[in-house]
Design a binder for this molecule. Structure first.
Ligand SMILES: [Mg+2]
Length: 124
């Protein structure tokens, strides 16, 4: 059982991930980076699942900030693409700034669980 914080401006993604993981983990969800920061200050978060394209603060900045403030946090970056065309791929950049793994939307429950298990197993 790990504490997992999911940040995505798309509420349907939050619901999807929460339903997929709630049997085995404590799930926190947030639609904004500001709210996510508050949750992580009040709870020990083991894994941050970070959307990369969000209206106010982008996910790349969020990942860098979380890694700085919480050095032990693990990160899974998720994105369906960004930029004007929606085709720009931010996922490799997320890895460069410290994400342990990335998943391209849309992904399945199996892919999500597999990625999370790998990240959390390599924790210690
Ligand atoms: Mg988004």
């Amino acid at each position: 059982m790990s504490n997992i914080l999911v940040v995505d401006d798309d509420k349907s993604i939050l619901i999807f991930i929460e339903q997929a993981l709630t049997d085995s983990h404590q799930i926190f969800t947030s639609e904004t980076v500001a709210c996510a920061e508050e949750i992580s200050n009040n709870n020990t978060i083991d894994l941050l699942i970070a959307d990369l394209v969000m209206p106010k603060k982008n996910g790349i900045d969020m990942i860098m900030e979380f890694k700085k403030i919480h050095p032990d946090i693990k990160i899974l970056a998720i994105s369906g693409g960004g930029g004007i065309t929606g085709r720009f791929d931010y996922l490799p950049i997320a890895k460069l700034v410290g994400a342990e793994d990335t998943l391209k939307k849309p992904f399945t429950v199996t892919e999500l669980r597999s990625s999370i298990n790998t990240i959390l197993e390599t924790k210690h």
